[in-house]
Design a protein around this ligand. Structure first.
Ligand SMILES: Cc1cc2nc3c(=O)[nH]c(=O)nc-3n(C[C@H](O)[C@H](O)[C@H](O)COP(=O)(O)OP(=O)(O)OC[C@H]3O[C@@H](n4cnc5c(N)ncnc54)[C@H](O)[C@@H]3O)c2cc1C
Length: 388
């Protein structure tokens, strides 16, 4: 594989890094709350006017037109602040949902949903996960059903952890449309407009951290009628489309988190040089220096793994194994790096004078969403066992 990024991507990476440093970090809320709407709108306008908006989207949708491997360094620069991706139009879940709409939306759906989403005029949510005993790690346990009635679809079910659903203009709802057709052939995705009778966002679930606009929501769906024009892709294609969304979405999460972890390491290194204990800088105590070294190793390996998987996806491979390898390793590495940074900074590390406590809270969920580490290990182990 070729390890070089295009000149355009490197230039954009540098611009994004400068923007995040000078415009985004000073506005970072340390209490983990989302930035107030007016300030966020102004920040987004600034990023747009500087040609930084939506690095991952095609130019005809107002983005910067980068291929997935070139997205790696740019998302990393954006991710140095948890506010960065929101300011630059490349945050989850809208980034993954726009990618899904690009893959599967018909012409009318592109106009109505993809274009305003790409501009950042509206927000979106994706609702697969259900409270027990429904779908979670295992999507084939889905209980939400959509049935035909009077020439329309009627959806019934309960979802939770739909990120960003409060205030979203639409929710992409996964439902079983053909019970008994086998787990993978039985699901369909529906684009449901906010305000459609029968779909109610009932609450934002309070969680550890939680600075995401629109929260992580519980949704009740009861007798929700939608027409055929709200089907995303084809009937029965839902499982395949969810996988097509998740492959790149897992990697883009990794890219953004590598940026935050790199910043955590830099903060720890600075503190280790400046703070003294037992007659010398912390950095001169081997136990501290090795924590920094271990974090650098974690980050280097993470970058290479993500770049390789992105390269495979961009060549049209499914890269199921490689995205799982990345998801496990990077989610766990990022948590280790942030944890070590806090340790090196001592008590200061958990104050609001540094962003580390906020990173720490937010990063924990990364080992759970887009597939818990254990589920990806299961996928990896299956491949290993098949090959032996
Ligand atoms: C911050 C956050 C945002 C999210 N956003 C969204 C969203 O926008 N849309 C959406 O649909 N969902 C979202 N989710 C839900 C997420 O996708 C699920 O939490 C995830 O799929 C796991 O499902 P579960 O929580 O039901 O865990 P469960 O299925 O109950 O599993 C619990 C634990 O069991 C273990 N486990 C499960 N299967 C195996 C196995 N085969 N082998 C070994 N151990 C196993 C794992 O340790 C797992 O963590 C989000 C979750 C979080 C935390």
């Amino acid at each position: 594989m070729d390890f070089t990024f295009s000149a355009g991507a490197l230039e954009l990476r540098n611009k994004v890094a400068r923007f995040v440093e000078s415009e985004v970090i000073p506005l970072e809320p340390r209490d983990g709350r989302p930035l107030v709407t007016g300030a966020l709108r102004a920040l987004r306008e600034k990023s747009r006017s500087q040609g930084l908006w939506a690095p991952q989207l095609p130019r005809e949708l107002g983005g910067q037109g980068l291929e997935l491997p070139d997205v790696c360094p740019v998302f990393e620069a954006a991710g140095r602040s948890l506010l960065g991706p929101v300011a630059l139009g490349c945050a989850a879940p809208d980034e993954g949902n726009a990618h899904l709409l690009l893959l599967a939306a018909g012409e009318t759906q592109r106009e109505r949903y993809l274009k305003p989403l790409a501009r950042g005029d509206i927000r979106s949510a994706f609702a697969m996960t259900e409270p027990a005993p429904g779908a979670g790690s295992d999507p084939t346990m889905m209980r939400t059903r959509a049935r035909r009635e009077g020439g329309a679809w009627v959806i019934d079910g309960k979802k939770w952890f739909a990120t960003g659903a409060a205030g979203a203009a639409f929710v992409i709802v996964a439902a079983v449309t053909e019970p008994g057709a086998g787990p993978k052939g039985a699901m369909t995705l529906f684009i449901v407009d906010a305000g459609t009778p029968g779909l109610r966002v009932t609450r934002e679930v309070p969680i550890l951290g939680g600075g995401t606009p629109g929260g992580h929501c519980e949704i009740e769906i009861e007798g929700c009628r939608v027409g055929d024009e709200q089907v995303l892709g084809r009937v029965g294609e839902g499982y395949a489309l969810m996988q097509a969304r998740l492959g790149p979405a897992r990697l883009t999460h990794c890219m953004r988190w590598i940026g935050a972890a790199e910043r955590a390491l830099e903060i720890a290194a600075r503190r280790a040089r400046e703070r003294e204990a037992f007659g010398r800088p912390l950095a001169e105590h081997q136990a501290v220096a090795w924590m920094l070294a271990d974090s650098a190793i974690d980050l280097h390996a993470s970058r290479l793994m993500v770049h390789e998987a992105a390269w495979r996806l961009s060549r049209g491979e499914k890269a199921r194994l490689e995205t799982s390898l990345c998801k496990v390793f990077v989610a766990e590495a990022v948590n280790r790096v942030i944890d070590r940074a806090i340790q090196v900074c001592g008590a200061l590390g958990i104050t609001d004078q540094l962003p580390l406590a906020h990173f720490f809270q937010e990063a924990r969920a990364f080992r759970i969403y887009d597939g818990p580490s254990e589920v990806h290990r299961m996928v990896i182990a299956r491949k290993v066992l098949k090959g032996s």
